[in-house]
Design a protein around this ligand. Structure first.
Ligand code: ZN
Length: 172
């Protein structure tokens, strides 16, 4: 089921999400809905707070090459356990901040630990777009958006555009 995605500014996007205690069928269904919502958008990552659910759950698939096999990834309670000193800058966007993009600098490589769809503990190193995406999504679980890394003026400009967009959408 495709879920509506919250648009910034929204208080639910600023909250710290709660850890998941055990992986129930209900949570698995939620994760599957999030993947469907992400692919439909389309996007390469989605965090549960973006659909108004304050659980520590993210989904991602950063395979962008045409014809490459998809790699749907579900992470419960994801945690960055190590990050490189070396950084990478990507032009980031966010499904909760449509059509706005800006350069964000983050560690180029991160080690992440999480529980998968079946509740197995996983640990993996990520680099490139995957590293940026997983850090962006984990930020969502801590109430942080990519625009929080920008200068206040740029952030305010984007926020004003989003307020206007939400007003227009509410009218139509
Ligand atoms: Zn985002």
């Amino acid at each position: 089921m495709i879920r509506p995605i919250l648009i910034h500014p929204d208080p639910r996007l600023k909250k710290v999400a709660d850890p998941v205690a055990d992986i129930s069928d209900e949570l698995r269904a939620l994760a599957d809905d999030m993947l469907a919502t992400m692919y439909d958008a389309p996007g390469i990552g989605l965090a549960a707070p973006q659909i108004g659910v304050l659980n520590r759950l993210i989904v991602l698939d950063c395979i962008k090459e045409e014809g490459a096999a998809p790699q749907p990834t579900i992470m419960f309670n994801p945690e960055v356990i190590a990050a490189s000193d070396e950084t990478n800058t990507y032009e980031e966007g966010c499904l909760s901040i449509p059509d706005q993009y800006a350069d964000v600098e983050r560690p180029a490589e991160v080690s992440v630990r999480w529980l998968d769809r079946d509740g197995n503990l996983k640990e993996q190193d990520f680099d490139g777009l995957w590293a940026t995406c997983v850090q962006h999504e984990i930020d969502h679980l801590n109430g942080k958006l990519f625009i929080d890394y920008l200068r206040p003026l740029k952030r305010q400009m984007i926020t004003r555009k989003m307020v206007k967009l939400k007003r227009e959408r509410a009218r139509s």
